[in-house]
Design a binder for this molecule. Structure first.
Ligand code: CTP
Length: 419
């Protein structure tokens, strides 16, 4: 479970615009990430969405009236102002922006925003002409110059009938901004990651095929950890035993040839490739159209080589000559002389990192919940990971990969991709 906002208290101010209903989704996402949310609504906001909705979602009373002091031991707006790690105003009307810019304190929310020393995040929503009005522009500039952060409105069909800029940013975008402000940017934010997982199926006839023991668990854990790290993830998966993670773009494939096509076609839009799939090295030379009948005592199956997808990815990267940076992570499943074979594969397939495991070791390899891996770069061993869950391996791998990518980026334009 992703609880990145655990221990954080967020003051959520909702003002009176049609987008107020979206604040409910925002509130529940912040709570889902572990935050404690205190909701304040202006009177206008209560016309669009009921305080009871927000009280139920936040599991706290909703404050609407500055004079409604229920607890004699505290002054509520000061208490909430002091306890907040972050104040979020979403949606913020033109009126609320004006009050904030001018320091007005004539309702519960504006008063609390004056009283808080917590950082403030504002997501405005209004008619396109209001958003473009010089008064609103001035107010936004004043607030920005005081350190207020904005999640700008999106463009599109507005509730008032106009098409243009002014509609509230999507709750996911606001959540991303909240997370960035409270815990820092996610390490893979803005990165497009392609992960292959599972085994390929090489058909002999309509009912028979050659495959391997890969369960897809390692690749899925890598895709899931990349998603949680903020990446946009495409998961190209063959035969797997488990359900793919949510929130990633799943592309189902069967054969190595099919996987080759789906991976290669996507490379121009990808920043990082992780080849965790167990790709069959050979496929039947002929795929019979009809089920093979048993006739003779022995049957010989002719197999021919499949393309090496990782090799092709490495060659594609080299062909870009630094114009297009691609970070490539390969896998090496070995049963002996792990380091020698892994380093050889890394060099041949032009990988930036290779994750090697001895699949004959107890607690490593196909189908298991755990893995034991060693990660190598072109310079040699980077880290040996003792037996740990595949998810823990995935998280550690992303840490090593981002460190390495930053290191290569520091080495400068183009030079970074060549060792
Ligand atoms: N790989 C690939 N396409 C293939 C074979 C392997 O992309 N046709 C990739 C795997 O996804 C993995 C890496 O190459 O990331 C190494 O796979 P592995 O099976 O360990 O090695 P092979 O290259 O097949 O070499 P060998 O069978 O000789 O060990």
């Amino acid at each position: 479970m992703d609880k990145r906002l655990a221990g954080k208290t967020i003051l959520l101010g909702i003002t009176g615009g049609i987008a107020a209903y979206k604040a409910a989704a925002l509130c529940s996402r912040l709570i889902g990430l572990g935050a404690s949310v205190r909701v304040m609504m202006t009177e206008g906001a209560t016309k669009f969405i009921t305080p009871l909705t927000l009280q139920t979602l936040s599991r706290h009373p909703v404050a609407t009236d500055v004079f409604d002091e229920r607890d004699a031991a505290i002054v509520q707006h000061i208490d909430w102002a002091d306890s907040a790690d972050l104040a979020v105003v979403a949606p913020a009307t033109a009126n609320m922006l004006s009050k904030m810019a001018n320091g007005l304190a004539d309702d519960m929310l504006s008063t609390t925003l004056l009283a808080t020393t917590a950082p403030i995040l504002v997501a405005p929503a209004m008619n396109v002409h209001m958003w473009e009005h010089p008064a609103v522009i001035d107010n936004v500039n004043i607030l920005a110059s005081r350190g207020v952060t904005f999640v700008e409105p999106g463009s599109g069909q507005l509730a008032c009938g106009y098409v243009g800029k002014g509609r509230l940013a999507e709750p996911d975008e606001i959540v991303e901004a909240v997370v960035t402000m409270l815990v820092g940017p996610r390490p893979l934010a803005g990165k497009r990651v392609l992960v292959t997982a599972g085994g390929t199926i090489e058909r002999i006839d309509p009912v028979r095929y050659i495959t391997n023991d890969s369960s897809g668990k390692m690749g899925f854990a890598i895709a899931e950890a990349a998603r949680d790290g903020g990446a946009e993830v495409t998961l190209v998966c063959g035969k797997t035993e488990v359900t793919p993670p949510n929130g990633v773009n799943v592309v189902k494939v069967e054969s190595a040839l099919h996987m080759y096509d789906e991976v290669m076609a996507r490379l121009p839009q990808i920043d990082i490739v992780v080849k965790a799939a167990a790709v069959a090295d050979y496929r039947p030379a002929h795929r019979e159209e009809h089920k093979i009948k048993k006739k003779s005592e022995a049957l010989t199956l002719e197999l021919i080589r499949n393309p090496d997808i990782l090799h092709a990815v490495g060659a594609w990267k080299e062909g870009q000559q630094g114009k297009r940076k691609l970070f490539v992570i390969g896998f090496a499943a070995e049963t002996m002389e792990v380091e020698k074979h892994a380093m050889d594969k890394l060099a041949r397939k032009k990988c930036d990192l290779i994750v090697a495991n001895n699949v004959s070791e107890e607690g490593a390899g196909f189908g298991k919940e755990t893995n034991i891996v060693s990660v190598y770069s072109p310079q040699g061993l980077v880290e040996h990971m003792p037996k740990m869950s595949k998810r823990a391996v995935a998280e550690r791998l992303w840490l090593l990969a981002t460190t390495r990518m930053n290191h290569l980026a520091e080495q400068g334009d183009g030079k970074g991709t060549k060792e």
